[in-house]
Design a protein around this ligand. Structure first.
Ligand code: 6PG
Length: 471
């Protein structure tokens, strides 16, 4: 076999890695895949059906077959395995080669790897890839971060395989260092928020309005035709149609209500706290997944505090209209928080993020793609310095219009004993971030009272301390 034969190398031939190589083959990119597991390497060649895609189980032969400077992507589980693969690869790579981590690695791990490999003249790219298995095969959204010049080497391939919106590829250079993985992490945080909002909407319709699965599915389907159109609503509508063979009920009704998570949502909340950038909708989503796991405790407490959500009465049509409005407001808030975190992270880590470009590449291929991303794209295109999405005039008009319905749904849910923590966190965030006065003057007074932490006064310069107890 001659050297320099293949345009792109993939390490890890699970479904994602294999599908990305097959996607490349559709665009005449000669791809080489490596996996220790010979079955996976063979499956790649079988599925490629004659296209120039080769599966390797020998690492040096795989590396030798790649055109230089090499562009190699790892699609292996995040964490220790990434470091192990890098250690195996290092002696085989040459100066100028590009190594891409296409998994959901923690961005601080990526920072560390970028710095370590830079000293050897290697370009390490943390690249978020969104869209799941189908996205990998038909067109994902990709968020590569690393050396800008090195990006040019892989740009044509990435642009060819990316999802397209208005003819434009859903990939762009994100920024230096770990910018790509940082942005993907926040993407996933927004994903958690939106999923939780959809789940709470389901509860409102099922428990509050007493609707059956068919009727609930019909609402999601109709929402997906309007301004709420999104991939997550589309798949939710599908889930509300899916029955296993010969079953008389939905598969959904057989699924345990204990949610799992791989960590990206939690990381988003953790870093948001570090950066003092509130993202309460996303925090609520992370917490509710965790809370769902306490099944035995939940059952026990449900016996101590027996309560079924009381039915929500009223005109169903009106309530569903208000629910759509409440979802719209909460959804806007979830995106707002994510984008605010991107802006703050960009400043803190010098990522130079272009929020309009990020909104543009999120419009297709990724899990949080939605019609609303067009509005976000517009907002940051019109004003690159927009301090927060809620400040955009067009979005403000929509939010003002949905606000009464948003409030009505929340108050009805709370009165009925129906938990909607992500909706509630969204509305409280919205009300707080837009409020001239917060009750935090009292917190300052308390801090000063018990700890002499001092406070500042309105209309008077300086720092003050008071002996609060009268002696
Ligand atoms: C994507 C997804 C993808 C993955 C999630 C699942 O953008 O394609 O976000 O990366 O499905 O990481 O995350 P959890 O297991 O944490 O829900």
């Amino acid at each position: 076999m001659s050297a320099d034969q293949y345009d792109f190398g993939m390490i890890g031939l699970g479904t994602m890695g294999r599908n990305l190589l097959l996607n490349m083959a559709d665009h005449s990119v000669k791809g080489a895949g490596y996996d220790k597991d010979g079955d996976k390497a063979r499956l790649l060649e079988q599925e490629a059906k004659g296209a120039t895609v080769k599966g390797f189980t020998d690492l040096p032969a795989f590396i030798h077959g790649l055109r230089q400077p090499r562009a190699i992507m790892m699609l292996v589980p995040a964490g220790r395995i990434v470091d192990e693969v890098i250690a195996e690869l290092q002696p085989l790579l040459s100066k100028g080669d590009i190594l891409i981590d296409g998994g959901n690695s923690y961005f601080k791990d990526t920072e560390r790897r970028v710095a370590a490999l830079e000293t050897q003249g290697l370009h390490f790219f943390g690249m978020g890839i969104s869209g799941g298995e189908e996205g990998a095969r038909r067109g994902p959204s990709m968020m590569p971060g690393g050396d800008k010049e090195a990006y040019r080497v892989m740009q044509p391939i990435l642009e060819a395989i990316a999802a397209k919106v208005d003819g434009k590829p859903c990939v762009t250079y994100i920024g230096p260092g770990a910018a790509g993985h940082f942005v993907k992490m926040v993407h996933n945080g927004i994903e958690y928020g939106l999923m939780q909002l959809i789940a709470e909407t389901y509860a409102f319709m099922k428990q509050g309005l007493g609707m059956d699965n068919e009727a609930i599915g019909a609402v999601f389907t109709s929402w997906n035709r309007g301004r709420l159109q999104s991939f997550l609503l589309e798949i939710t509508a599908d889930i509300f149609r899916y029955k296993e063979k010969d079953a008389t009920h939905l598969l959904l009704d057989d699924i345990k209500d204990e949610a799992k998570a791989k960590g990206t949502g939690k990381w988003t909340s953790q870093i948001a706290m570090d950066l003092e950038t509130p993202i309460p909708t996303i925090d609520a989503a992370v917490s509710m997944r965790d809370l769902s796991k306490y099944k035995a405790l939940r059952i026990e407490l449900s016996e101590t505090y027996p309560h079924d959500a009381a039915p929500i009465s009223g005109n169903k049509e009106t309530l569903l209209t208000q629910l759509e409005q409440a979802f719209y407001g909460s959804m806007v808030t979830a995106y707002t928080q994510g984008l605010h975190l991107l802006a703050k992270g960009s400043a803190a880590f010098q990522y130079e993020l272009d929020l309009a470009a990020i909104a543009r590449i999120w419009r297709g291929g990724c899990i949080i793609r939605s019609a609303f991303l067009n509005d976000i794209y517009q907002a940051f295109t019109i004003n690159k310095e927009l301090p927060i999405l809620l400040a955009d005039a067009a979005i403000a008009r929509q939010l003002t219009e949905v606000l009464p319905g948003w409030r009505e749904i929340l108050s009805r849910a709370i009165a009925a004993g129906l938990p909607m923590p992500a909706y509630a966190a969204s509305l409280s965030y919205f009300d707080s971030i837009g409020s001239r006065n917060m009750p935090t003057n009292l917190i300052q007074a308390q801090r000063d009272y018990f700890g002499a932490h001092t406070y500042e006064k309105t209309g008077k310069e300086g720092v003050f301390h008071t002996q609060w107890t009268q002696v």
